[in-house]
Design a protein around this ligand. Structure first.
Ligand SMILES: [Ca+2]
Length: 164
């Protein structure tokens, strides 16, 4: 009897720290914003050029033991352009997944919204990004499809709700 009892005590003590590390270590959800501001010369949108402007944002949010994953996101843009209906906007996740925010329609050119999805639902589905990691190099590609009028990107921002 007594050798078994002696054995049980150290086993329970050893299990203690393991159970603690499996419990919640902080909030399970959160939000953050990352923004990039440009000056006029560094973020010109090339006129009628399919290569477009590639604007980047590098997210390096500390995730602790596990990487943060996306619950939802909002994309804000501030574009100075005398004919915004020339433009289309595509958001690209670090893994290459693309979401068309605003599609250029030559038959019916319309201005992009400044905030998706708060001002308007994007043409693509932002929800395809849910569950993907927040961190990495995000891109916003802005293409101008009609010659003659030009503009530039002033600022863009990602508002991310995440799970940890
Ligand atoms: Ca143009």
């Amino acid at each position: 009897m007594s050798p078994i009892k002696l054995l049980r005590v150290p086993l329970l003590l050893a299990a203690g720290p393991l159970l603690v590390s499996c419990g919640p270590v902080g909030p399970k959800t959160g939000s953050m914003q990352s923004a990039h501001n440009y000056d006029e010369t560094s973020a010109g949108i090339p006129d009628n050029d399919p290569r477009g402007l590639n604007a980047t944002l590098k997210l390096l949010a500390p995730g602790g033991e596990r990487p943060l994953t996306i619950r939802g996101l909002t994309v804000e843009t501030s574009i100075v352009h005398a004919r915004k209906s020339d433009l289309d906007l595509t958001l690209i996740h670090p893994d290459g997944t693309q979401v068309i925010l605003h599609r250029f329609d030559p038959a019916n050119p319309t201005d992009p919204a400044s905030t998706y999805p708060a001002d308007r639902q994007p043409n693509g589905l932002l929800s395809v990004l849910n569950g993907k990691p927040t961190n990495g190099l995000w891109r916003l590609v802005i293409r101008d499809h009609r010659a003659g009028v030009t503009g530039h990107l002033e600022r863009w921002a990602l508002d991310l709700d995440y799970n940890r």
